[in-house]
Write a protein that binds this ligand. Structure first.
Ligand code: GDP
Ligand code: MG
Length: 445
């Protein structure tokens, strides 16, 4: 769809070239953040991230519609709408803004900002703020490597004060693991500028599209928060990997919320010529879409960007963005690949521990007196069960990672077996001795 919008355009502030170089558009960044009206204002950076073709840009374009009706902007300094309740406007109006559904051609991977900036004065404090809108594209398609994905993801997290993580139908465990590792990457990059801030990042919203289970968790943010709680709950029978992910993301973001959106209807989801007008949306979708956008972007709800617990002004924000971009271009940051590897290692180690526990549990249950042969049979059985368990658990990484950790697991179990057997053997000897003594005593009597 075209993005001919009267007041702004999408600008690609950072992109990966075909040769995987990072290119930054400094001039455009300066235009936005050093603008007269922006440089001294505190900033809100609203960002969306997630796999391609999941309605991210479509969602942002409705956010833009909301923003233009509630706030003046650099390019539209006039007062916003009188009747703000009707910000969705005319139902037949085609959607414009960030490019969405751009055919079959692959998008470049990168970060895109809306060239226009929204301006507002907070009623309570009189503070002047500026709102910047950010889109990401080209993530998680077949051609983007995990290293590139994680860089973009990490940059989005570093720059934004409100990060929307757009997901389709459910929250999957591998997505949480991915989130953990991208966040870990971001924390690493933030360490210089932020010191060891307790929770370096601000708001994270899981936006679940095409939610199909409203009977269990109803649409909207309340149902979403219940669902999220359920997903992230530390349960006794829960996989330890998931527990560590939960703890990690909770310790990285000040607020984590979730919103469940209904299926938008066939026209939105499937019709090739659909132009984004809301008259073609399912009513329920339209209502929920409106609610969540208001929830995120009403003046009292927006979140100011903080670094080191300090609100940032436009010009300072530009400096940070510059330095983050530079960091990601240079070699000083460990390659995303190596962080990816270490995250896999960490997660595999947790899984290994869990498997070893399982193995120990089954062998130590068998405390009866046994011959060495029997011990061996029990060991073999437990070991095989544990290896199957290892194989069936969901993991990050590839076949080579799996092979490496499988060998480790095997070795550790063999070692445990030997220890166990030796202990048992000693016990046998002692028991035999004792029995012999008893026998001798008995015979003496
Ligand atoms: P992006 O790549 O994530 O930015 O996705 P786009 O915004 O370009 O949208 C991709 C396609 O998804 C478009 O055809 C939209 O009409 C459609 N779409 C938008 N929202 C939804 C939704 O909530 N569910 C479904 N199934 N499709 C949607
Ligand atoms: Mg898009």
């Amino acid at each position: 769809m075209s993005h001919d919008h009267p007041y702004g355009k999408p600008v690609e502030v950072l992109k990966f070239t075909d040769t995987k170089q990072v290119v930054v558009d400094k001039a455009e960044l300066e235009k936005m953040f050093d603008h007269q009206e922006v440089k001294n204002r505190k900033v809100v950076v609203f960002s969306i991230i997630g796999a391609f073709r999941r309605g991210k840009s479509f969602f942002l374009d409705y956010c833009l519609r909301f923003l233009y009706s509630h706030y003046p902007s650099i390019n539209n300094p006039n007062n916003p709408l009188d009747n703000q309740q009707d910000w969705m406007g005319n139902g037949e109006e085609p959607l414009s803004g960030f490019t969405w559904r751009s055919g079959t051609k692959r998008d470049t991977t990168g970060i895109i900002m809306w060239s226009d900036v929204f301006l507002h004065t907070l009623e309570l404090t009189g503070e002047k703020i500026a709102i910047i809108v950010m889109d990401t594209q080209g993530l998680f398609d077949n051609e983007t490597s995990p290293a590139e994905n994680s860089r973009i993801f990490a940059l989005g997290t570093l720059i934004s004060s409100i990060q929307v993580l757009n997901l389709s139908s459910i929250i999957q465990e591998d997505q949480l693991q991915y989130l953990q590792f991208a966040t870990e990457f971001a924390r690493f990059a933030a360490a210089d500028s932020q010191g060891q801030a307790e929770k370096p990042f601000q708001n994270l919203l899981f936006l679940i599209r095409d939610w199909s289970n409203p009977d269990e968790f109803e649409f909207g943010t309340e149902g979403g928060d219940h669902y999220l709680k359920d997903v992230l709950k530390v349960k006794s029978d829960q996989k330890p990997e998931l527990r560590s992910v939960r703890q990690f993301i909770s310790s990285s973001f000040e607020n984590i919320n979730c919103c469940l959106l209904p299926y938008p209807g066939k026209t939105v989801a499937r019709v090739k010529t659909y132009d984004g007008r809301w008259s073609k949306m399912d009513e329920e979708f339209k209502e929920e879409l409106q609610k969540v956008i208001e929830h995120l972007l009403l003046p009292n709800n927006v979140i100011l960007k903080k670094i080191n617990s300090k609100d940032l002004k436009g010009s300072e924000m530009k400096e940070y963005i510059d330095s983050y971009f530079q960091l990601f271009q240079s070699d000083t940051l460990p390659q995303a690949q190596s962080i990816y590897e270490s995250t896999i290692d960490k997660q595999m180690s947790i899984l290994l521990e869990k498997c070893i526990d399982h193995y120990k549990h089954t062998i130590f249950l068998n405390n009866d007196l046994l011959t060495e042969e029997n011990l061996y049979v029990i060991h073999e059985m437990s070991k095989n069960k544990t290896l199957i368990m290892f194989k069936e658990e969901k993991k990050m990484g590839n076949i080579e990672h799996e092979r490496r950790f499988r060998i480790l697991l095997d070795e550790q179990m063999e070692k445990l077996y030997i220890e166990w057997r030796d202990q048992k053997t000693i016990t046998f000897e002692q028991i035999k001795e004792q029995k012999a003594k008893q026998q001798a005593l008995y015979e003496e009597q």
